[in-house]
Design a protein around this ligand. Structure first.
Ligand code: GP9
Length: 410
């Protein structure tokens, strides 16, 4: 326990040191609107199918925003719930099962509660059954004031499991705008859920040869999510919220498709095994700042979902050094040194090398991140140890309820 407490203290000190950065507190007191996109991977971004953009609205948003294109999801079996947990609470998920079910009552330092303590109103929006993924319990414990679930929405656009994203965003925008400021609102989309099949009238993209394939249906569903996102952004602009809020959009996890030739067709090049792993893990992170700073900037930083909460706190100037968060802010002016993205399997990258342990991919070992060329195992040795430590310490919080134990002892 002492070793884990020390490790989190060290991470806290690294975040403390980052407070010297110019962007720390640059957006103090601003609202925060964050959207988690269902099954959205990065490879669709700025790519076309049959000559048309798959995500035109997102591509337009990138031109106004700060884009992290070396950003990875860190989910395990708990999929959407793991992404939510990693982003909000800056901890790794469980190897099997979901933290939302197995450890809902454990103590974590999550973003909603931290913002609530700083005077923010906090709300979460997802148009599905409140009990799914045990969200009602978890969201109360995370520190949300209000959870808008399926029962709050008028199902005026029935689609897939529930309500279409367009109506979801439209109805949510109304509630978001009605809140006292500053607020933190977190929205989780649903329409682009596996198996991705949309009703015929919704399929607006010509996916050519991929028509009626899982991959083609995925592109259609993402195109629909993208159109819904575009309408949501327009409505935030109309309501005067765009310039008073930090807007964050990221993907939760991969689409479970492994038909690599189809990915290669969209991406426009052959993918080696390391490329495939990266394609599977890379999800977009887009941050729009209220004053339009960083518009069109593509960050060279590598990052993962556990870095989201620290990044937001950094921009808002809220000290997170005493919080048990495993992540580090990505939203710094200066690039940080010694950055690593760790996956639940023990795989990791520092941006230069990639380590893939047995069972995490079709290949295993130490590789160059850019070319996928194998490297001597020695090159990954130090990183493997650091990655394993990060998982162990995070699991002491998640499974071992470390925070409860040490704070009770205080
Ligand atoms: C359902 C949604 C889906 O509420 O969040 O979760 P997933 O099946 O993608 O993990």
């Amino acid at each position: 326990a002492a070793a884990s407490a020390g490790w989190f203290e060290e991470r806290g000190l690294q975040r403390k040191a980052a407070q010297q950065d110019k962007l720390f507190g640059a957006y103090k007191g601003r609202n925060v609107i964050m959207v988690q996109g269902e099954a959205l991977q990065s490879f669709v971004i700025n790519h076309t199918i049959e000559g048309r953009e798959i995500t035109p609205n997102l591509n337009r948003l990138l031109k106004e925003s700060w884009y992290f294109n070396r950003f990875y999801h860190q989910v395990a079996q708990g999929r959407t719930s793991d992404a939510d947990f990693a982003a909000q609470c800056s901890q790794h998920p469980l190897q099997s099962g979901s933290v939302f079910f197995r450890h809902a009552d454990h103590t974590f330092d999550c973003l909603p509660q931290t913002l609530r303590n700083a005077g923010y109103g906090t709300s979460v929006y997802h148009a599905y059954d409140a009990g799914f993924w045990n969200r009602n319990t978890v969201y109360r414990n995370m520190g949300y004031d209000t959870f808008y679930s399926k029962k709050h929405y008028e199902i005026d656009e029935p689609l897939g499991w529930s309500l279409g994203d367009r109506s979801f965003f439209r109805q949510s925008a109304e509630w978001i705008a009605g809140q006292q400021q500053p607020f933190y609102s977190f929205l989780i989309t649903l329409s682009s859920h596996h198996p991705y099949k949309l009703p015929a009238g919704y399929e607006k993209l010509d996916v050519g040869a991929y028509r009626n394939t899982l991959f083609g249906d995925y592109l259609q569903a993402i195109h629909y999510l993208d159109s819904a996102l575009g309408q949501f952004i327009d409505s935030l602009k109309q309501r005067g919220l765009w310039d008073s809020s930090i807007f964050i959009f990221y993907g939760d996890h991969d689409n479970s498709i492994r038909d690599w030739s189809k990915f290669e067709k969209v991406i426009g090049r052959k993918l080696n095994e390391v490329d495939r792993y990266q394609t599977l893990k890379q999800v977009p992170l887009v941050i729009h700042l209220p004053d339009g700073a960083k518009a069109g900037t593509v960050s060279p930083e590598i990052g993962g979902q556990i870095d989201i909460a620290p990044s937001i706190l950094h921009l808002l100037g809220i000290d997170s050094s005493s919080l048990a968060m495993a992540g580090r802010p990505l939203t710094t002016e200066e690039q940080a040194s010694g950055r690593m993205v760790v996956f639940r399997s023990g795989a990791f990258t520092d941006g230069r090398i990639f380590y893939l342990p047995a069972g995490s991919s079709t290949v295993q070992g130490c590789f160059r991140a850019d070319s996928g060329e194998p490297l001597p195992t020695e090159d990954c040795k130090e990183g493997r140890k650091a990655a394993a430590d990060e998982i162990t310490h995070s699991m002491n919080v998640v499974e071992g309820n470390l925070l409860k134990r040490i704070r009770r002892a205080d």
